[in-house]
Design a protein around this ligand. Structure first.
Ligand code: NAD
Ligand code: DAU
Length: 366
């Protein structure tokens, strides 16, 4: 039986991690434990995303530790300080474009960081088996959050399943694939209780505006051009972030140890079709002229090695754990646009920091 009492969430100040902490502490009454958020607060981490959680649960059920997952001593101290029994590992460098411009941070955080966490967990959870041999406690769990990008790129048909061979093609996806392999290596070699999930593209509140959907929303609101890579026909499978997180929590609770689960939206869109849909929603809500917004669409140089199509088969998760998506794409996009319109302070905070430098350096020239 898993304890799920002292839950270490890595990367909890990022997009998916902060949404996860909100879901767990505010919308999961069956969870009575503590959440320890370990985050280095890189450009993608934002403490402001958890201000409400901090004021409602800080010091009782929510604890923030600023640390780097590659820092072995810091990680070990956190395991000890909070008697961690569950790890939900979101922390990563997550943006494909940045991984093309500078892969080193991806190898460091995604590969070495995951290794450091796994090894610290193995040591902290060490136990003696009934026969006197060395083992690992069975009431603990290391859940690794990964991506569908590890499977590579699909043609016009077919889906990624849990048995699709790995074929990562960007420095980002290669680093995530390495981390996935390390997770299963620790399970098979040392008996570390693990689960793993590979999810498709998320969207929703608190999404850093270097990624397609929030970048486009903010550019529309500012009257800036809307940069579409290549021919705009690359396909992604979009999932509302809360649905990703309910799936992760279902796996952490009921997923079989040593198993991986695909998570997806069953919701494929070409980038250009998605953009037109988003323009309709933003134009209506922000009272903009949709034709004028459409005229700012700009086809730009393609992303090197741009994967053509991702599509997830998540039938294993649905059949075994009874999970399903809770919102349609229309509903999820409407919620997302509302969130950006209603959270100007958060947006302004982001814009005044690294985001501004990134956009100036990488987007204005195109
Ligand atoms: P994000 O970039 O928004 O957030 C990453 C968080 O990790 C940030 O808070 C950052 O400060 C923290 N972090 C980075 N390096 C760290 C380090 N060395 N030590 C400690 N903390 C560090 O990422 P996200 O979009 O929320 O993604 C979270 C996880 O989900 C990642 O593992 C990613 O690969 C995976 N994933 C993302 C998507 C998606 O669509 N965004 C889809 C599938 C899987
Ligand atoms: O599939 C899961 C992955 O989804 C996650 O593992 C990654 O962490 C996450 O960033 C996301 O990766 P993508 O590369 O698919 O997301 P991004 O938002 O960067 O791009 C989505 C699509 O839109 C992709 O085909 C590239 C295109 N694009 C993106 C940007 C930022 C554009 O056409 N213009 C843009 O300005």
């Amino acid at each position: 039986m898993r304890k799920l009492t002292n839950v270490l969430v890595t990367g909890g100040a990022g997009f998916i991690g902060c949404n996860f902490i909100h879901v767990l502490l505010q919308k999961t009454p069956s969870f009575k434990g503590r959440v320890i958020n370990l985050d280095a607060l890189t450009y993608a981490g934002n403490a402001a995303s958890l201000a409400d959680v901090e004021s409602d649960f800080g010091g009782s059920r929510y604890f923030f530790e600023r640390a780097d997952i590659t820092d072995r001593a810091a990680v070990e101290a956190i395991f000890k300080k909070y008697d961690i029994d569950t790890v939900i590992h979101f922390a990563a460098e997550s943006h494909v474009d940045r991984s093309i411009l500078g892969p080193e941070a991806f190898i460091k955080t995604n590969v070495m960081g995951t290794f450091t966490l796994l090894d610290a967990a193995r040591n902290f959870w060490a136990d003696t088996n009934a026969d006197g041999t060395k083992g690992i406690r069975s009431d603990v769990l290391f859940h690794h959050v990964s991506t569908d990008e590890v499977y590579g790129s699909l043609g016009d048909t077919g889906y990624f399943t849990e048995t699709t061979p790995y074929d990562p093609r960007s420095p980002y996806s290669a680093s995530k694939a390495s981390s996935d392999h390390l997770v299963f290596a620790y399970h098979h070699t040392y008996g570390l209780p693990v689960t793993l999930s590979n999810c498709s593209n998320n969207y929703g509140p608190y999404h850093f505006p270097e990624k397609l959907i929030p970048l486009m929303i903010l550019n529309m609101l500012e009257g800036k051009s809307l940069p579409v890579y290549g021919d705009g026909k690359n396909i992604r499978d979009w999932l509302f972030v809360e649905d990703h997180n309910t799936a992760v929590w279902a796996i952490v609770n009921k997923g079989r140890t040593g198993e991986k689960y695909n998570i997806g939206g069953e919701n494929e869109w070409t980038n250009i079709d998605l953009l037109h849909r988003l323009i309709d929603i933003v134009a209506e809500k922000a009272k903009l002229d949709p034709a004028k917004v459409r005229s700012t669409i700009t086809y730009v140089k393609d992303r090197p090695g741009h994967d053509r199509r991702y599509a997830i088969d998540c039938s294993k998760l649905k059949a075994e754990l009874g999970w399903k998506q809770s919102v349609t794409f229309e509903q999820g996009l409407a919620k997302t646009v509302d969130w950006y319109l209603n959270n100007e302070k958060w947006v302004e905070g982001i814009k005044s920091g690294d985001y501004k430098n990134w956009v100036e350096k990488n987007y204005t020239a195109r």
